[in-house]
Design a protein around this ligand. Structure first.
Ligand code: SAM
Length: 325
């Protein structure tokens, strides 16, 4: 794999440079790791997307530390938070805030600096920027202007969780955070339920119980894992069926950062096998999401599914009672 990566990088290398002797010696073996391009090409005017630890300060690459030190400026979600990381490594590079509330204007400003030849490192509070974190706007603005965007890979919570989950990893679907409101969350789960790949979500501790409940009702009793506090002192993997996980998290106060992983569809869920009640409620949820008022949604869904309106209403009430239990 390393050899293949080297071959590929040669093909895509933008400029021919003469390598210093020490680098040549280190990279001459067939399976030698290739030292990064930024040791041998200019860093000026480039945007570096740098992954930082998700809890354990040892989880940062040498290259990331060096780039943070050598960049002209570090754009970070929270300058005070990132300063702690920089202090730990004795890095004194200047920082500038870049977060969801100033992304648009800051993206322009950062591109101006990049075009003036400055090198900028983008970090988020933890893990890989742009993965459920800010950065999309500046990356796109940079690409539009022909500025090089260079990833410096490292920790990302979903990959760490998935790798130790024990659930299939040959195909997975990373869905980020589920919506906080139950109706939108259920609609999202309906959208995902036929996917035959492992489903991966980020979830907040105060919503894990509700998310597990909705997942159980929409996806069925699949195998699942909650990976909590990865790389930290209280790292914990809870594995089981969705019913078991729901019982576990319903009975205790949940704390810490979490990744929820649920096995993919085994092909057994199809419209014809889903209960009429679930199909009715799913359709009503969908119509309401499209802006239809609840009365019309009930009427339309009942008609589409060939149900009498009174029966449909009763089914809806039953389902709602079950959900709120
Ligand atoms: N950019 C980050 C990454 O690369 O993983 C994700 C940022 S997102 C705002 C934060 C969410 O990631 C948390 O709510 C949690 O779901 C997940 N997460 C981050 N660190 C984690 C950890 N140490 N253990 C478990 N989940 C974590």
């Amino acid at each position: 794999m390393v050899a293949a990566a080297s071959r590929f990088s040669k093909l895509t290398s933008p400029t021919t440079v003469s390598l210093p002797k020490a680098l040549l010696e280190q990279s001459s073996g067939a399976f030698a790791f290739r030292l990064s391009d930024d040791r041998i090409t200019a860093v000026a005017g480039k945007l570096f997307i740098i992954a930082t630890p998700i809890g354990n300060l040892e989880d940062i690459t040498e290259r990331a530390v060096r780039m943070l030190r050598e960049a002209d400026l570090i754009a970070c979600e929270d300058t005070r938070h990132t300063r702690k990381l920089l202090n730990h490594f004795g890095i004194s590079t200047s920082t500038i805030s870049y977060h969801e509330h100033n992304e648009q204007s800051r993206a322009e400003e950062l591109c101006g600096l990049l075009e003036a030849g400055k090198s900028i490192a983008l970090v988020s509070d933890a893990g890989t920027p742009l993965i459920s974190d800010p950065g999309f706007r500046v990356v796109n603005a940079a690409i539009d202007r022909g500025i090089s965007v260079v990833p410096i890979p490292g920790p990302v919570a979903f990959a760490a969780a998935l790798s130790a989950s024990g659930l299939p990893t040959d195909q997975f679907y990373f869905a980020g955070f589920l919506p906080p409101r139950s109706s939108a969350r259920r609609a999202k789960l309906i959208e995902l339920r036929a996917i035959p790949a492992t489903l991966v979500f980020y979830e907040a501790p105060h919503r894990i119980k509700a998310a597990l409940k909705d997942a159980l009702e929409i996806l069925g009793d699949r195998q699942a894992v909650v990976a909590r506090e990865l790389t930290k002192l209280h790292e914990e993997f809870t594995r089981g069926t969705l019913t078991e996980l729901f019982q576990r998290f319903a009975n205790s106060e949940s704390r810490g950062e979490m990744v929820l992983i649920i096995s993919g569809s085994d092909g057994s869920i199809s419209d014809s096998e889903t209960s009429p009640e679930t199909r009715l409620c799913d359709r009503i949820d969908q119509l309401e999401r499209d802006g239809v008022d609840s009365k019309t949604a009930l009427k339309q869904a009942a008609k589409e599914l060939g149900l009498k309106r009174d029966d449909a209403y009763r089914m809806l009430v039953n389902q709602k009672n079950r959900r709120s239990r």
